[in-house]
Design a protein around this ligand. Structure first.
Ligand code: ADE
Length: 355
């Protein structure tokens, strides 16, 4: 199917079926911005009272820029993800400083503001300024996947980017905002996410490839993120005189090239730790077990056990040198020069207290 074919029937359907919503009455850049950020995390019905209160207390961008932190957090209470409103205020300050308090009518400049991604920038550009830019959110990805019977994973950035390009090619210059909202509206009212889509009501039913094939309910495809691998590790807080021992991670893989506290796979007993430490060329004096800690990466989860080991100062005779990936550093140097990943945060605390 040609995507261009949807434009006319969809706009016609939108004119007859669009909900009347507060932010559609007077779609100023500010109103569109506020509503789109709120709608990213909350249903339309729930957003309405928040939207009304926000605009009443902070009627324009300069009011938002000048509001106290307490006030913006209070206005957001119950919506969740407070970083969104904090970012809005940061953006409002930038708009006041750089654009005299008016949202710039330029997709690139809008997209560059804090907290504004391609979807929100597209929505503001098209709805408030009439610029022919796509606004592809989850609703639109679902509609487009079904229309084209596409099994591409809509959680992939590359798939979203391609769909944005497709929309940009057909977006009607006369009504970009209405066209974007008609796709969103179709996704919200007809081509719904949970339960069967209401294909009998759909203005694009004749064109829809997944309906033709009877596979609407299999789409869109979202591959769930892979379950994380759990990994036990033993983390060593090694100190010698007033120095800590850091280890440089390999140049590739997880946390590549960063400095870490020495650590090994598995949860080791005291005697195993002492054996390991000796094997690395160190002479342990005392050992104490530290509490367990956990760190979650995107694909792995570390379940850590720590040991604090005090060691003799290394003798500098050749052959007994610790491996060269180990570094002896003083506290100051550690704080100032070496970036230690937060995965080790719990144990770096002990290190700071000990040095
Ligand atoms: N969800 C996200 N943006 C929306 C809009 N402009 N209208 C209705 N629902 C939406």
């Amino acid at each position: 199917m040609e995507l261009r074919e949807i434009v006319e029937p969809l706009l016609k359907w939108y004119d007859a079926n669009a909900r009347s919503l507060p932010w559609r009455e007077e779609p100023t850049p500010y109103q569109v911005w506020v509503s789109e950020i709120m709608l990213q995390q909350t249903r339309v019905e729930a957003v309405k009272p928040y939207f009304a209160r926000f605009l009443q207390e902070l009627p324009d961008i300069s009011h938002l820029a000048k509001a106290s932190e307490d006030q913006i957090l209070k206005l957001w209470e119950g919506l969740g993800y407070y970083s969104r409103v904090r970012n809005m205020q940061k953006a409002a300050k930038i708009i006041c400083e750089e654009y005299a308090g008016e949202m710039p009518a330029d997709f690139g400049k809008i997209r560059a503001l804090p907290g504004i991604g391609s979807y929100t920038a597209g929505a503001i550009s098209s709805i408030a300024f009439g610029l022919a830019k796509p606004a592809v959110d989850g609703n639109v990805l679902r509609v487009l996947s079904r229309l084209q019977a596409s099994y591409d994973d809509i959680l992939k950035q590359s798939v979203k980017k391609r769909m944005e390009e497709q929309v940009e090619q057909v977006i009607p210059k006369a009504r970009p905002g209405d066209f974007n909202q008609s796709l969103i509206e179709l996704g919200a009212l007809v081509c719904v996410p949970n339960g069967p889509p209401k294909c009998e009501l759909c203005p694009l039913g004749e064109l829809c490839l997944s309906r033709k094939r009877g596979i609407q309910q299999e789409l869109p495809k979202k591959t769930p993120p892979r379950a994380r691998r759990l990994e036990d590790r033993t983390v060593l807080v090694l100190v010698s005189d007033n120095k800590a021992i850091l280890h440089k991670r390999p140049a590739r893989g997880l946390l590549a090239g960063l400095y870490e506290l020495p650590n090994v796979e598995g949860k080791l007993r005291e005697d195993q730790v002492l054996a390991y430490v000796r094997q690395q060329g160190f002479s342990p004096l005392r050992i104490r077990q530290l509490p367990e800690a956990k760190h979650v990466f995107s694909h792995v989860e570390w379940h850590m056990l720590g040991y604090l080991v005090r060691m003799e100062e290394p003798e500098m005779n050749p052959g007994q040198q610790p491996g060269e990936a180990f570094l002896f550093v003083e506290k100051e140097e550690m704080e100032q020069k070496f970036s230690i990943p937060s995965a080790f945060g719990a144990y770096v605390r002990y290190l700071r207290e000990t040095l």
